[in-house]
Ligand binder design. Structure first.
Ligand code: SF4
Length: 141
């Protein structure tokens, strides 16, 4: 059976979203409302595009230089079951997983039993970048 994920977009190649060369998948849907959020268009749970996990994996397979996939947002933990499937399949392609979330690691651990897929997505994640965006910690270059 196909697994579907609602995404706001994909960047096919990035060197600023984790180690090495990465494909970035932006989840559609976020509840955190961080002041200064860079991706407000990703907040609606009705927006974006519904795609299959296989579609995303096919994009990844086209680039032999990829080191991994970064799950960004939006918040991937709002669709944790589907993103866990994507991450699991990506591992079979020797791609590692960086996951961004507005939830803290501690909150995820405490609430995993009440949220489908949270444990699974955490298990499949190699690097978790957690917590809400804090505009006050922004640096200017
Ligand atoms: S978690 Fe990310 S996408 Fe969601 S409001 Fe915060 S910065 Fe924006």
């Amino acid at each position: 059976m196909e697994t579907y994920i609602r995404i706001s977009g994909i960047i096919k190649e990035s060197i600023v979203d984790g180690p090495g060369i990465r494909m970035v998948v932006f989840a559609q849907g976020c509840r955190h409302k961080c002041p200064g959020c860079h991706n407000p268009e990703t907040h609606s749970f009705d927006g974006g595009t519904l795609v299959t996990v296989d579609f995303i994996l096919e994009q990844a397979k086209k680039n032999p230089l990829l080191d991994g996939i970064t799950l960004s947002g939006g918040d991937p933990f709002e669709q944790a079951e589907a993103f866990a499937v994507l991450a699991h399949e990506a591992k079979k392609l020797n791609l590692d997983i960086v996951t961004y979330t507005g939830y803290t690691y501690e909150y995820i651990l405490e609430n995993a039993s009440r949220n489908k897929g949270w444990d699974a997505l955490l298990d499949e994640t190699d690097i978790l970048v957690d917590g809400r965006y804090e505009e006050s910690k922004k640096t200017f270059f």
